[in-house]
Design a protein around this ligand. Structure first.
Ligand code: GLY
Length: 395
């Protein structure tokens, strides 16, 4: 059962965050510490100029490109999709598009969504293989079909029909990372070992076709602090990369219209066919043209289970600032993370999620569960990367 934040704590946290003050002195074990909330662009901040573009921290090039297009009069969806294309095409970003880390079989599967404020239309693709720009395909779903989501083979055929070139999206670097993961995976995959399931919650009912026990982590393999998945091999200081990374980008035109997109290669080493939050409208991305736009990066399952982006937009509609809305949705996610395997000894989530919000009036904000996240902004002066607010400051 969820443990909603008592109203007084909620207000205290919001006030501290809005004031940019740490709340460590007020924190209890497992409770938020509340990091500095820079609150750029929030009410009273002179930086609220239109047009505005925000993106996840890996999206500086995306906000610059999107702003250039907005200034030339582009639709906000064209601006954000062309912005994230730069990240999708980048072989060095292993969380998105070309070079994205693959599923457990070594195949890159991409997810993306786009939403257009003025028409309230959405388009998305999931489990798309061999096409490195899923956001552009999602935009065509939005514009050329009566549907909102195409998956797998259907999405690929659709992309092919519009002339998208098929290519192997696995770079040599990603393939090597996958080979190392496969050789050392132990329990760091998405198949729950018997001691990781929540069988005590629903009784030890046998499941038809249940697999037999799986092996424990390989000898000497350790998981990084705060991570249940990133493997550090014996004698090595560089972990096998693991990512829930993603790129999100949202734009507000000078006329006050919004558009947003989220694009990802999803959870690395995922079970083939796994779909994260990025292509789920209301989870990884959402736009309401009269209120604002929101997006998410990080552990998609948690964002889906809490309708993360929709919730941020709803909280902004209720009067919260973008940063407050992000922080409070993260607090919900933390409170509703009940599985032991996802909680540390203090009951805090062992994963990260970052939320991003752009309000109709140009105010913007971002927050993450764990300190260290950032977001990119272009508010008409120049593109820059800013630290996100956070709930938990230290592990
Ligand atoms: N947020 C990206 C994913 O979980 O797929």
């Amino acid at each position: 059962m969820a443990h909603p934040l008592p109203r007084r704590d909620f207000l205290a946290l919001s006030a501290l965050a809005a004031a940019g003050l740490p709340a460590a002195a007020h924190s209890r074990p497992g409770q938020p510490e509340a990091g500095p909330a820079p609150n750029p662009g929030e009410p009273g901040d002179a930086s609220r100029l239109k047009p505005v573009v925000i993106a996840s921290g890996n999206g500086l090039a995306a906000v610059n490109k999107a702003m250039e297009m907005l200034r030339a009069g582009a639709d906000p969806c064209d601006a954000v999709v062309n912005g994230v294309k730069i990240i999708e095409d980048d072989p060095n970003d292993n969380s998105v598009g070309y070079g994205g880390l693959p599923n457990e079989e070594g195949i890159v599967e991409l997810d993306a969504s786009v939403m257009h404020g003025p028409t309230h239309k959405a388009g998305a693709v999931a489990s798309l293989r061999n096409i490195k720009n899923p956001a552009a395909v999602a935009l065509l779903v939005l514009r050329k079909t009566n549907h909102a989501l195409l998956v797998g083979e259907g999405a690929l055929k659709f992309a092919r029909s519009f002339g998208f070139a098929e290519e192997n999206l696995l770079t040599e670097e990603s393939r090597q990372a996958w080979l190392r993961w496969r050789a050392n995976r132990g329990a760091s995959d998405d198949w729950l070992d018997d001691n990781q399931t929540d069988d005590d919650k629903w009784g030890q009912q046998p499941v038809l076709g249940t697999a037999t026990l799986r092996a424990a982590p390989g000898p000497g393999s350790t998981f990084l602090p705060g991570s249940s998945r990133e493997l550090l091999l014996p004698g090595s200081t560089s972990p096998i990369p693991y990512t829930t990374g993603t790129v999100h980008c949202a734009a507000l035109t000078a006329a006050g219209d919004l558009g947003a997109t989220t694009s990802t290669s999803g959870l690395s080493w995922k079970i083939p066919g796994r779909v994260g939050d990025s292509p789920i409208i209301g989870a990884g991305m959402y736009v309401a043209n009269d209120i604002g736009a929101a997006g998410a990066t990080g552990r998609g399952e948690s964002v889906i289970q809490n309708c993360g982006s929709f919730a941020v937009v709803q909280l902004m509609a209720a009067g919260q600032s973008p940063t407050e809305a992000c922080l409070n949705v993260l607090k919900r996610i933390a409170d509703r993370t009940l599985e032991k395997r996802h909680r540390d000894e203090q009951g805090r989530p062992k994963f990260n999620v970052t939320m991003y919000a752009l309000r109709k009036d140009g105010a913007f904000g971002s927050a993450c569960l764990w300190k260290g996240g950032s977001f990119a902004v272009h508010d008409g002066t120049q593109g820059r990367v800013i630290q996100s607010a956070y709930l938990y400051g230290k592990q």
